[in-house]
Design a protein around this ligand. Structure first.
Ligand code: MG
Length: 372
């Protein structure tokens, strides 16, 4: 285990707080699994015996439409299992629920690192012998509601602020496929990808594959790696897998079956940044390319995910965007872009951001304190 992992495991948590918050999204996020108009997440705050305090975020969506994990379930698991175990310094013995576990891991890491002045990004990069990136290239994720003209406007606006790559959320419906072709015609050299969230069919793939895509994300359902392998053998574009990446074993299976060439590493789904680093290491050893994906996190979760995206490894552009891509007002100080349109990685102690007290109070739906 890394030095940070050891220190987190040894940290003595004496107090924890669960805070359920709801924030309006600037524009609804549309994908094959549904549309989100607001973002509800569970935050975890911990206090350590040495006085350190930290924050983490459970990035599960409000409803179990994308993963089985969802906000109410995560609240229950955190309240009844993960936090009582952590306060009692015993193993939780919980199966699954990586996003809930990630909230605790990030909060503890934030609390451990805070007094040292080191950033999470620096702590994660240390075993790699390198310095973390201070800013990372961005792949903007685009829903295609509004038709081709609206899509062209939005891509033009994104390119004007330095986006390195664009990924369209698609289904096999014509109203999603047509704008992708229009975007490709307008920008023949743009690194362009699509994400089917498991819903692709042969006709849709036949239509999109000639467009020279950077990758086709999750064409087949999460658990169907054989179908993914068959598609990967047929397609010109590399297949990227997202929902299929559920741990180290899934990476071995992806590589063995040649089910994909790229993996979307979502730190929340890996149980936190430490698990995500292990997934990245395995991906590298298997010759898979990787990038860090987002879950519409608030600043708390996005800062933690950016720490993984900053690993000195030449990852593909991250799905993570600046705060104003999601919220008028983020919960934390905003995650911002540098002058080239790259997402700045927080460099302050721990995750490098804190919930703003007033904005947090305005967004609270429920809260609960737990003590040892
Ligand atoms: Mg995806």
């Amino acid at each position: 285990m890394s030095d940070l992992g050891d220190r987190c495991a040894a940290a003595e948590v004496i107090e924890a707080e669960l805070v359920r918050v709801r924030l309006p999204l600037r524009t609804p996020h549309r994908a094959a699994h549904g549309s989100e108009a607001e973002r509800e997440v569970v935050l975890v705050r911990v206090r350590l015996a040495d006085g350190g305090e930290g924050w983490g975020e459970c990035s599960a969506l409000a409803r179990p439409t994308y993963t089985a994990e969802h906000v109410s379930g995560a609240w229950t698991v955190l309240r009844d299992e993960l936090l009582p175990a952590r306060l009692a310094a015993r193993p939780a013995g919980v199966v699954g629920h990586p996003m809930a576990a990630a909230a605790v891991e990030v909060a503890v890491a934030d609390a451990v690192l805070g007094p040292t002045g080191r950033s999470l990004a620096a702590a994660l990069a240390e075993p790699w012998g390198g310095h973390p990136a201070t800013a990372v290239q961005r792949c903007a994720v685009l829903g295609l509601d509004g038709g081709p003209d609206r899509a062209l406007e939005r891509v033009a606006a994104l390119l004007a602020v330095g986006v390195a790559m664009v990924k369209c959320k698609v289904t096999p419906r014509e109203e999603d496929l047509a704008p992708v072709a229009v975007i490709r015609t307008a920008w023949p050299d743009l690194p362009l990808a699509v994400d089917f969230n498991g819903t692709a069919d042969a006709a849709a793939l036949g239509r999109l594959d000639p467009l020279g895509l950077a990758y086709v994300e999750q064409p087949a359902p999460a658990d169907d790696l054989v179908a993914s392998a068959r598609l990967a053998a047929r397609l010109e574009a590399p297949v990227a897998l997202d929902e299929s990446v559920i741990g180290l074993g899934s990476l071995d299976a992806i590589a063995e079956l040649r089910a994909g060439a790229v993996v979307n590493v979502k730190p929340a789904r890996c149980g936190g940044p430490l698990g995500a680093v292990a997934v990245v290491e395995r991906a590298r050893s298997l010759g898979l390319r990787w990038f860090v994906g987002g879950m519409l996190e608030t600043g708390v979760g996005r800062a933690a995910a950016l720490a993984v995206a900053a690993l000195p490894d030449g990852a593909l552009p991250t799905d993570l965007g600046p705060s104003d891509a999601y919220f008028d007002l983020d919960l934390t100080e905003p995650i911002e872009l540098d002058g080239q349109g790259h997402v700045l990685v927080p460099t302050g102690p721990g995750i490098g951001v804190r919930p703003d007290r007033d904005r947090l109070e305005a967004a609270v739906v429920d809260r609960l304190a737990l003590r040892r």
